[in-house]
Design a binder for this molecule. Structure first.
Ligand SMILES: Nc1ncnc2c1ncn2[C@@H]1O[C@H](COP(=O)(O)OP(=O)(O)OP(=O)(O)O)[C@@H](O)[C@H]1O
Ligand SMILES: [Mg+2]
Length: 318
């Protein structure tokens, strides 16, 4: 590639989203556009929300407590639970007591319900399945966006350790929610100063963000690698200046376009006060330098780059 990679035009994405939303595909698209989603009523959402609230204290939310969590009468809750079970949005147990809980299908429904009320109008093609997320194109307030559904525990054993670290109750949906919150925090703090997607909205485990221009560094060949490497190092420096280290930086999390670079995938960030920050910054820089060295033969001194990143009045990139 020159500095002109394959563009994802906003218009093309919008058209694809509108086309795909009626086609078969992952259940999520079906869910969002299906008869089920349209059939859901206010009290179905209230019941799901009641279960979500109860899950902050229980592994399985006792059915007898649900009316108070959902602020609905007992009879209404029984009716809603039957419907939600039919739709596959709730799981039920009878041992050791009658209880229920939601998993990602129910959590997606709650988050999509909220986002729809705020401006989300379509979900398009699934464009990425990461270690800990599923990513879709979408339309929000008439604009193409990216919807990142955090999916802790579904694809990665790494999450098992993280689960123990969080101190929250061990429901995967809440761990995913925390990851989305972290990503949202990083995007809000950095956007405007560092080249990261703009956070459009956030609810529960879903982050809605702008579409990164261009293409992943890993999927293209640039014909001016030194220039792109400089832009990446610059962004690592700016993020450090704002107290952030990505800590999962690689060619897969950098988008390149003629305008420069944009860094995605921030839920694993650490602050510059983190005890392991030096190790993690070093690893980020090494990952990028190794990629450029292997693919383009571009050689840079890792130590000097790290020094540059940490230097408050940095001027020339080593
Ligand atoms: N803002 C964005 N604009 C365009 N594409 C995006 C954006 N965010 C994510 N993607 C796409 O979705 C993929 C997965 O996203 P991301 O890297 O954020 O999630 P992840 O679960 O951490 O993935 P991985 O574990 O592979 O790093 C990306 O590689 C990219 O193709
Ligand atoms: Mg990634």
């Amino acid at each position: 590639m020159t500095r002109a990679p394959r563009w994802r035009s906003g218009y093309a994405i919008a058209c694809r989203a509108i086309t795909f939303r009626f086609e078969s595909g992952p259940w999520l698209i079906l869910m969002f556009n299906s008869a089920v989603f349209k059939k859901l009523e206010k009290n179905d959402f209230r019941t799901l929300t009641g279960i979500e609230v109860g899950m902050k204290s229980y592994q399985w939310v006792p059915l007898e407590m649900l009316p108070s969590f959902a602020k609905l009468r007992e009879k209404e809750v029984s009716y809603r639970i039957r419907r939600l079970l039919e739709f596959g949005l709730v799981r039920k147990t009878s041992m050791p007591y009658e209880g229920c809980k939601i998993y990602f299908k129910g959590y997606d429904t709650l988050a999509l319900g909220t986002l729809t009320r705020r401006g989300l109008s379509a979900i398009g093609e699934r464009i990425g399945v990461g270690k800990e997320s599923v990513v879709y194109e979408g339309i929000y307030d008439g604009e193409p966006v990216i919807l990142k559904f955090h999916r802790a525990g579904q694809t990665s054993f790494k999450q098992v350790t993280r689960q123990r670290d969080t101190g929250t109750r061990d429901h995967w949906i809440f761990i995913a929610g925390r990851a989305a919150e972290r990503e949202h925090e990083a995007l809000v703090a950095l956007h405007g100063s560092v080249a990261v997607p703009r956070c459009v909205d956030h609810n529960r485990h879903i982050v809605v963000m702008s579409v990164a221009p261009g293409i992943e560094l890993s999927k293209t060949t640039v014909d001016d690698p030194g220039w792109f490497l400089d832009r990446i190092i610059e962004q690592i420096g700016k993020a450090y200046e704002h107290g952030f280290v990505h800590s999962d930086l690689s060619e897969y999390n950098v988008f390149v376009s003629p305008a420069g670079v944009e860094i995605i995938d921030w839920p694993g960030y650490v602050t510059t006060r983190h005890p392991n920050v030096d190790f993690l910054l070093d690893r980020d820089v090494k990952n990028i330098l190794t990629f450029f060295n292997r693919k383009y033969g571009t050689v840079r001194d890792c130590k000097k780059v790290v020094e540059y990143v940490k230097c408050p009045g940095r001027v020339s990139i080593p």
